[in-house]
Design a protein around this ligand. Structure first.
Ligand code: PMP
Length: 400
C-alpha cells in the first residue's frame, strides 16, 4: 500500500476556487467580484506607476545582487514599515520600543505572529465572526486554541458591538484578540473611534493581548494615517501589541509577497529578545524573506518624492472603489430593489457584505455568470462603469 493511502482530498480554497471557475467561464460579460484584488476601470490589474519607477531603478542599480537578505529581512524596509503603521511620532518609535521582521506578505506576518505567540505567550486566540477565512487555519495550524467573537450583526448590517464586548470581557484573562484595524474583511464594517475606545478598555480589563492584522492601510479611506488610527490609539494607550502588515493591496504587490510583522513592547530592552526569537522561528520556516518586493517598498517609503506619488495613486484606487459604492447604491435605488442598501455606501474598503444568501449567490453564478463567495461578500474592485448596471440588475432579480 502507498504511504499516501489514507490522505483524503482536501476541499478547494473557497476564494481561489472561485477564480478557477471564473477563468473557465467563456461568457464574455462574466463578472468577478470574488477575489480581493484591485482592478481598474477596464477590469485589469494595475501596476502602480510608482512601482514601475522603483522597479526600473532596482534593475539598473549595479550595486544590487541576488544574495540572501538577513533572516529578519531588509532593515530599511522593516523600519519604514513600522513607522508607516505606528506614525513617525509614535511614543513607541520615539522611545525605540518597536521592531519589525520582514515576512511573506500579510499571511506570513500573521503566521509568524501566531507561531511566536504559541511559543512564548500561549493563550486562547479570539478572531472575529466572520473573518478572513485563513485566520482560522493559520492560528489552528500554529497550535493555538481558536475561538471567535461576534462582529457582524445581520439585523443592523453593522457591528455587533455588545456581543463583541461581552466576549472580550468573558474571555480567559490574557487571551489574544485578533483585530482588523481598518476595512474589515469580509464585512467592510469598522468600529468608530468611540467604539475602539470601548474595545481597548475591555481588552485592558481582561489583560488581553491585541494582535492587529492590517492588510489595507491607506486602501480603505485613501488616507494612510486615518486607516492606522486604531493601532496608534492602542499604542498611545500603552498597549504592547503585534501588527501584521501587507503591501498586497495598498502597493499592489500581491505576488511579490511583501509584508512585515511589527512589534511594540513596553520597553526598548525587550525588542532584541523578541526579534531574536522571531528570527529563530522565521529561520525554521522560510530561512529568509524575498528581496524584490521589499526593495520596491523600501524605495517608495524612504523617498519623499516617491512616497508622495504613492499616496496619490493610493487615493486613485480608494476613490474608485468608493465611487463604485455610490453608483451601485444609486442603481439599486433607481431599480427599486427590495430591501435596504445603505450598507453599500456605509461599509469601507475592498469588500461589501451584501446580505445576499448562498442560494442567491448560486443563481448569480449559474444564471448571470457573476462570481462571489457564498457569504455574499463582493469585492468592489471587480465593479466598473461598464459592468455595474448588469451587476445591479442581476442583484435586483435575485432578491425579488
Ligand atoms: N489579512 C486579511 C484580513 C486579509 O484580507 C488579507 C488579504 N486577503 C491578508 C491578511 C493577507 O494577504 P497577503 O498575504 O496577500 O498580504
Amino acid at each position: 500500500t502507498s504511504a499516501f493511502q489514507s490522505v483524503p482530498l482536501a476541499p478547494p480554497d473557497a476564494i481561489l476556487n472561485l477564480n478557477t471557475l471564473y477563468k473557465a467561464d467563456t461568457y464574455p460579460k462574466k463578472i468577478n467580484v470574488g477575489v480581493g484584488a484591485y482592478r481598474d476601470e477596464d477590469g485589469k490589474p494595475w501596476v502602480l506607476p510608482v512601482v514601475k519607477k522603483a522597479e526600473c531603478a532596482i534593475v539598473e542599480d549595479a550595486s544590487l545582487d541576488h544574495e540572501y537578505l538577513p533572516i529578519d529581512g531588509l532593515r530599511t524596509f522593516t523600519d519604514a514599515s513600522a513607522k508607516l503603521i505606528l506614525g513617525k511620532n509614535s511614543p513607541a518609535v520615539l522611545e525605540n520600543r518597536f521592531g519589525g521582521i520582514q515576512t511573506i506578505s500579510g499571511s506570513g506576518a500573521v503566521r509568524l505572529g501566531a507561531d511566536f505567540l504559541n511559543r512564548w505567550r500561549k493563550a486562547p486566540v479570539y478572531i472575529s465572526n466572520p473573518t478572513w477565512g485563513n485566520h482560522h487555519d493559520i492560528f489552528r495550524d500554529a497550535g493555538l486554541d481558536v475561538h471567535t467573537y461576534p462582529y457582524w450583526n445581520p439585523e443592523v448590517r453593522g457591528l455587533a458591538l455588545k456581543g463583541m464586548l461581552d466576549t472580550i470581557k468573558g474571555a480567559p484573562k490574557g487571551s489574544i484578540f485578533v483585530l482588523h484595524p481598518c476595512a474589515h474583511n469580509p464585512t467592510g464594517v469598522d468600529p468608530t473611534p468611540d467604539e475602539w475606545k470601548l474595545i481597548a478598555e475591555a481588552i485592558r480589563a481582561g489583560a488581553h493581548f491585541p494582535f492587529f492584522d492590517c492588510a489595507y492601510q491607506g486602501f480603505a479611506s485613501g488616507d494612510l494615517d486615518k486607516d492606522a488610527a486604531a493601532v496608534r490609539y492602542f499604542v498611545e494607550e500603552g498597549f504592547e501589541l503585534l501588527v501584521a502588515q501587507s503591501y498586497s493591496k495598498n502597493i499592489g504587490l500581491y505576488g511579490e509577497r511583501t509584508g512585515c510583522l511589527t512589534i511594540v513592547t513596553k520597553s526598548a530592552d525587550l525588542v532584541p529578545n523578541v526579534r531574536s526569537q522571531m528570527c529563530k522561528l522565521q529561520r525554521a520556516s522560510i530561512s529568509n524573506p524575498p528581496a524584490f518586493g521589499a526593495r520596491i517598498v523600501s524605495m517608495i517609503l524612504n523617498d519623499e518624492q516617491l512616497f508622495a506619488e504613492w499616496t496619490q495613486q493610493l487615493k486613485i484606487m480608494a476613490n474608485r472603489i468608493i465611487h463604485m459604492r455610490t453608483v451601485l447604491f444609486a442603481l439599486l435605488t433607481e431599480l427599486g430593489t427590495p430591501g435596504t442598501w445603505n450598507h453599500i455606501v456605509d461599509q469601507i474598503g475592498m469588500f461589501t457584505f451584501t446580505g445576499l444568501n448562498a442560494a442567491q449567490v448560486k443563481v448569480l453564478r449559474d444564471t448571470y455568470h457573476i462570481y462571489l463567495t457564498d457569504n455574499g461578500r463582493i469585492s468592489m474592485a471587480g465593479l466598473n462603469t461598464h459592468n455595474i448596471r448588469t451587476f445591479a440588475e442581476a442583484v435586483d432579480f435575485v432578491v425579488r
